[in-house]
Design a protein around this ligand. Structure first.
Ligand SMILES: NC(=O)c1ccc[n+]([C@@H]2O[C@H](COP(=O)([O-])OP(=O)(O)OC[C@H]3O[C@@H](n4cnc5c(N)ncnc54)[C@H](O)[C@@H]3O)[C@@H](O)[C@H]2O)c1
Length: 290
């Protein structure tokens, strides 16, 4: 069972995990951005860094092969640990590389984006893009631990923070009217690292609870697609028109659209829908690609 640890003291937490794990080598996978902004925050002896190029376009087999080779060159064995330090691109690809290297080595996810902390790092989906299709190749494999730490968020561009917040909003809609109402009035620009951790302590267990009931997405897990069906349509249309929008923004607009449908079909509370629409308009702007 995957353990999620909430801590803004990343060094002590990782040090403890490594000390208890009896590993012969500890590799830390970053992309070129997290090598610059997140790796320097780690103060650990003897780790072996592996850096891959940043960006979704590099979430592919060539990059996985480079990671496998770096593990081999660094003397990796089944007793080695891979720490994935990055956003969802790094945890998806690193998890896949770890799950397939020597039939599987242990790995820990240290998400450095909000989206990754609240979504990608947790739940055991790993993989890469292939043939123009997202996440076409992959396996279900859980990181032994996910260390959620808001100490990485200080360097995140605001658009990335907002993108992740759409998933936080989604989790609240799936679980608790009170949390949802609170989030509608939360100013994410003002949250301290400890306040972020408090917020994530409420949000991440929503995904964990759903995944625990349906780990390989046979049914229930699809509720996590709330906002995404319409959101993907917004994303594709914007891309087609040459004006790409951040994924989380499309999800936020998707949440509003799907909630309108829910209002029409199932009587979703009109005032709440109104508050959601206003919040999304103010925080994410409007979908405008003309
Ligand atoms: N496995 C799952 O369940 C799951 C769920 C949702 C999304 N995903 C995947 O996650 C990916 C999207 O996640 P993402 O938005 O984290 O993407 P990402 O990893 O590409 O990160 C976005 C950008 O932010 C940079 N970055 C990362 N941390 C930073 C920091 N602390 N400061 C400054 N810059 C930083 C990255 O280098 C990158 O340029 C997609 O590949 C998607 O398919 C997977």
């Amino acid at each position: 069972m995957q353990q999620v640890i909430y801590s803004n003291d990343i060094n002590n937490t990782l040090e403890g995990l490594i000390a208890n794990g009896d590993f012969n080598r500890v590799f830390v996978l970053t992309d070129t951005n997290t090598a610059r902004v997140a790796l320097p925050l780690l103060d650990l002896d003897g780790i072996i860094p592996i850096t891959i190029p940043a960006g979704e376009e590099n979430k592919n087999l060539d990059t996985v092969q480079a990671v496998w080779q770096a593990l081999i060159d660094g003397g990796g064995t089944r007793q080695s640990l891979l720490v994935n330090l990055g956003g969802g691109m790094v945890t998806d690809l690193g998890g896949f590389a770890a799950a397939t290297f020597k039939r599987g080595i242990r790995f820990v996810n240290c998400p450095t984006t909000l989206l990754c902390a609240v979504d990608a790092a947790v739940g055991g989906k790993t993989g890469i893009d292939h043939g123009g299709l997202k996440n076409e190749i992959g396996v279900f494999a859980e990181a032994s631990h996910v260390i959620v730490s808001a100490c990485f968020f200080a360097t995140l561009p605001e658009a990335e923070l907002r993108s992740g917040f759409a998933e936080v909003l989604k989790h609240a809609m799936l679980s608790s009217t009170d949390s949802f109402k609170t989030l509608l009035h939360t100013n994410i620009g003002n949250l301290s690292p400890n306040q972020w951790l408090d917020l994530l302590r409420q949000s991440i267990p929503v995904k964990q609870g759903i995944v625990a009931q349906d780990p390989t997405e046979q049914g229930l897990r699809r509720v996590l697609n709330l906002g995404h069906t319409v959101g993907h349509a917004f994303e594709s249309l914007a891309l087609q028109r040459g004006k790409p929008v951040p994924h989380g923004y499309a999800v936020a607009w998707g949440l509003v659209t799907e909630t309108v449908l829910s209002r029409l079909e199932a009587g979703f509370d009109g005032m709440l829908l109104n508050d959601l629409a206003l919040m999304v308009r103010d925080s994410f702007g409007s979908f405008n690609i003309t």
